[in-house]
Design a protein around this ligand. Structure first.
Ligand code: SF4
Length: 375
């Protein structure tokens, strides 16, 4: 616990360091709550370097809340395509529509109103309000928690509810009330650039003299590892049709994402975006996939469909380790299927599709190049 003059020095040194050495990031150039919000949502699951081009393209197309609220969802998903965790994009639009309907298109400046928006939790609300409006809310996310755990030599699982609450109280105490926005960004910057998960650069740290973890020689081992949720292995099989003109077939996401996709459990892992016909399998992937296709796309020609194994795609989503087995099916004419759309197999980017679906397309293309088409 820092006394009054220590706290003043701590704040001065950290803010001085931030103002001199902060990275030049596009969302730091204008204090616009919409831009801050967008950047915070993009950065939730994405590295800064990967997020920047998406951020810039997204803003060009959707420069403000009203443009985002009015856009077709498909266009928003396409702009998000490749960033993953697409519920973030859907929630952005729902929140934008709410801001237009309830706040006249102006981003709200009250905590209750911000927290009522879809996809915005305590951390994001504190970031937007402090940086965009100068409100005195301290942010706490994994990065900031790591810095605080090291500064105060806090052991144990930081996400445990009472410990997280204590960390929030510490963050609130440290917050510089004169510059809450810069303060929060300084804490985040310290976590992102010097107080990194591995090998913290304590020699360059502007607040090293206050760091208990460093004094005790345990900084690098903090925070202690959380108990990991066991990995669940999932196997999927996907049908990649290819007609004579290199066209393939993608199925649409369900209109309501909560709606059950089908009795065959088309996995929600792929079906939230445009996807190849896909099922989860435990055995005999080709046979089960063919049975699924015949049910979903009853057609005489299905009797002649030959499923050609087209490699293996591995993908990880949180605790799931996915193995996806694409099967290439050469056809003269693509089968008819409700809601499906035809796109070139060599470029499925015309429809919003997940990274997993794009990997499947690449794997199938590689197989198609080595397997001659049926006549
Ligand atoms: Fe992090 Fe090292 Fe600074 Fe402590 S001294 S806050 S461990 S970078």
């Amino acid at each position: 616990m820092l006394n009054g003059s220590e706290l003043a020095t701590f704040r001065k040194q950290l803010l001085g360091w931030f103002r001199q050495f902060q990275r030049d990031l596009p969302w730091r150039r204008i204090k616009d709550p919409y831009r801050i919000w967008l950047s915070e949502i993009m950065l939730q699951q994405t590295r800064v370097a990967a997020a920047i081009p998406y951020y810039e393209r997204f803003l060009e197309r959707f420069p403000d809340v009203r443009a985002l609220a009015a856009a077709p969802q498909e266009e928003i998903l396409r702009a998000w395509s490749g960033l993953g965790y697409y519920s973030r994009a859907r929630n952005l639009q729902k929140a934008a529509q709410q801001i237009v309907a309830k706040h006249g298109g102006q981003f709200p400046a009250r905590m209750d109103d911000v927290l009522a928006l879809p996809g915005i939790g305590d951390y994001t609300a504190a970031a937007i309000l402090s940086i965009g409006f100068g409100e005195k809310y301290a942010v706490l996310d994994g990065n900031v928690a790591r810095v605080l755990a090291r500064l105060s030599a806090i052991r144990g699982d930081l996400r445990e509810a009472t410990r997280w609450q204590e960390l929030q109280e510490t963050a609130d105490r440290l917050l510089d009330p004169q510059s809450p926005g810069d303060w929060n960004q300084a804490m985040m910057e310290l976590g992102a650039t010097l107080c990194t998960p591995k090998s913290p650069q304590c020699l360059l740290c502007p607040v090293a003299q206050f760091c208990e973890g460093r004094k005790l020689g345990i900084a690098e081992s903090l925070p202690e590892k959380r108990k990991k949720r066991a990995t669940v292995k999932v196997t999927l099989a996907a049908a990649v049709f290819a007609d004579e003109k290199d066209q393939t077939l993608l199925l649409p996401p369900p209109k309501n994402t909560k709606e059950k996709t089908s009795a065959d459990h088309v996995p929600t892992l792929v079906s939230k975006m445009w996807h190849f016909p896909t099922i989860s399998v435990t055995a005999e992937p080709a046979r089960n996939l063919l049975a699924f296709l015949r049910k979903r796309m009853p057609a005489v020609q299905s009797r002649r469909w030959q499923l050609i194994p087209a490699g293996k795609v591995r993908h990880a989503v949180t605790y799931r380790a996915i193995t996806l087995l694409p099967f290439l099916i050469h056809v003269k004419k693509l089968p008819r299927c409700r809601g499906a759309r035809q796109v070139p197999l060599s470029d499925i980017s015309g429809l919003p599709a997940s990274n997993l679906t794009r990997k499947v397309a690449r794997s199938a293309l590689a197989a198609a190049a080595s397997v001659p088409a049926m006549n």
